[in-house]
Write a protein that binds this ligand. Sequence first.
Ligand code: PEP
Ligand code: MG
Length: 880
Amino acid sequence: TQWVYSFGAGRNEGRADMRNLLGGKGANLAEMASIGLPVPPGFTITTEVCTHYYANGEQYPGELQAQVRAALARVEDAVGLKFGDTDKPLLVSVRSGARVSMPGMMDTVLNLGLNDATVEGLARASGDERFAWDSYRRFIQMFGGVVLGVDHHRFEEIIEGVKLDRGVVEDTALTAADWKTVITGYKEAVQEATGKPFPQEPEAQLWAAIGAVFGSWMNQRAITYRRLHDIPAEWGTAVNVQAMVFGNMGEDCATGVCFTRDPSTGEDIFYGEYLVNAQGEDVVAGIRTPQPMSKLRAKPGERPMEDVMPAAYAELVRVRETLEKHYKDMQDIEFTVQQNKLYMLQTRNGKRTAAASLKIAVDMCREGLIDQSEAIKRVAPGSLDQLLHPTLDPKAPRKVLSKGLPASPGAACGVVVFSADEAELRAREGESVILVRVETSPEDIHGMHAARGILTTRGGMTSHAAVVARGMGRPCVAGAGGITVDYTAQALSAGGHIIRAGETITLDGATGEIFIGSVAMIEPQLSGDFAALMEWADKVRRMKVRANAETPLDAETARKFGAEGIGLCRTEHMFFDPERIGAVRQMIMAEHETGRRTALAKLLPFQRQDFHDLFRIMAGLPVTIRLLDPPLHEFLPHSDAEIAEVANSLGVDVALMQRRAADLSEANPMLGHRGCRLGISYPEIYEMQARAIFEAAVQVAKETGAAPVPEIMIPLVMTKRELDITRAQVDRMAAEVFAESGTTIEYLVGTMIELPRAALTANQIAESADFFSFGTNDLTQTVFGLSRDDAGKFLPSYVEKNILPKDPFVSLDVEGVGALVEIAAQKGRGVKPGLKLGICGEHGGDPASIQFCETVGLEYVSCSPYRVPVARLAAAQAAL
Ligand code: PEP
Ligand code: MG
């Protein structure tokens, strides 16, 4: 078996696509060397050695030692030095390198091969005594820390002591003699900490370092990191051994890390830092201030590499181009300049912000490096969300108050208010407000609309606050359990801070963080690159994207973001306007049908206007309107004072009101008198809504000459019979309105599939349905038996403990809920091949769930207006 792969000096046994065997670093070193870039020669010990090591009681394969010797000999030949030689010693670096980069693993030992004798050889060969002793102390420090486990503070103390003695600040001011003093101290520290002298034998040093890399694969930090990032232990890590090049040999030497484009903006500019006369770890250690690469990015007083080392910089610019042409992606590279000659030590695809990811994908496509489908695949759909809302300026100072769930993205800043009415009042006066509630209910809608952001201390990712805020595009942090809200005192408190009504806070809905005071923000940009990528995505996707919207504002936002219709209009959200809620309450309070009909008659014109507006805004695009769904008690006033107020306004007595409220209260309202069950108990409600829809449609047909095709949707159906009964109500109203108006329009009647029984009997239900829309919020709730309003308290810990891979209310549970969706789709289409299928639960905006919807062959997904671009991109990726 080949356990060792050489790279550099004309012998490249690996390639970039061999990262499973060679790890990311090793594979890319070989790749860079084979495309002619200057890579110091070396070799990679494969990840299979790591696996073998752990499968065999921490023993190496028998052939390993010989293969390492042979590979090392090739390096010696290539550079004309010998490992352990006292005249011309070869020094090597030893680095770990897994398939994916894993911070927290043992990383690097530099200058390995130095000892009391070879350091003299290095001094003579380089003609630079200071450099040699500096390298030796670096080696003891790194080897001591990483391999021998000596606390790094010990080394720092020693260096600081010597600097203090000499009265210098920078390491570069220390002389060879100073470094010798440091080294004496270092050796004592090693002896003290390990009970043994610092190892002098280079071969022993090498094997100890290799052993430390493999050992680090099983250290606690690495295990935790793997668990958090789903990295299997079987992958193992590789070890890279490479001839040292020196950035610390003088003023014509340097070391640096950089990105081929700006990783925060995506701008096509060489971005990074370098340090003259330094080794790799100095750049990150923060002892000296690294300098910029490009003149364009240099501030006054800085010394960009472009000016200081023009030749090496020009070479690096060529390398940058070669790498981007070759890898076709932005690279994150490490380099060293030794006596004006450039060497490449690492390359990998660079991490970047959402904004950079978008810009780089679009730019690279325009530059001809990648095609449109590749550009589409390069951008994580979920990251677009960040680009559609104002975001916190990453450079702005901030002070964290507390943290909750990142329920709806975007940043918002405003004064704290504790009630919806107060939010509305202050917003009307032009103030930016943050509505803070323990939790929100449908009665708070007007306040949520008025607020810039919403903060709740209870509830999960599908709590009322989260769903509604996402729908409105309001940033929201939900379930911030660390905050206590005191409505009476009009104050909130967290971690010893008290914030009173009227004081300012800032929310980051993308991270769930809450800050004291205001934090500066950056506005979103919807044109340019964003628009270009969206256009490319639209060309390749199969599924349509609709929006969940009920207000004209939401519908307009949805269209602006490219929605191709409304997939869910939750009519109950139209009932909370101050001028309507009275009639709604009157309807609920009525004990008999006549009373209800009187109240409903007052609501009819409002509903008709609502639908009229939606049809006009959507201009011929499909509009799915769901008839009333939630339990009636949601519309009732809660406090005694509120009950009294409503009783008064209705002219009934308080006792009656209270009795009726008590009658309506349910132990488990989510599974109670709601959905089509209401339409069956009180047919007049659905009749009013259906009439409003048809009258509005007829009116729009007359106004515009183009008739909308309403899709009327019955919620929470569990049997075909329920759909038959409610459908008959709708059909009857259609016939009435068409007869009255002399105009007939087309319409569809379908149902939500949001209960397991409906999914399992979808063949029966399909006989009476023109379409299905999967209500995966309720379907998840009922399949898991998890209350969507309460699960937020413990679900995060389920995810942390790996009991569930993700919050099933956020990302569709393919195995359980998804299986029911598939069954229902199959059974439904079995009866009606042309049955229209869509999804309108929160999952309709989740990229992984959208991928699943593509595999089931749904016609469309429907999501919050602000997620429409996310869904367009995700649907395109799913289709590729
Ligand atoms: C659902 O249950 O998935 C759905 C879309 O309806 P709601 O969230 O209004 O219950
Ligand atoms: Mg539902």
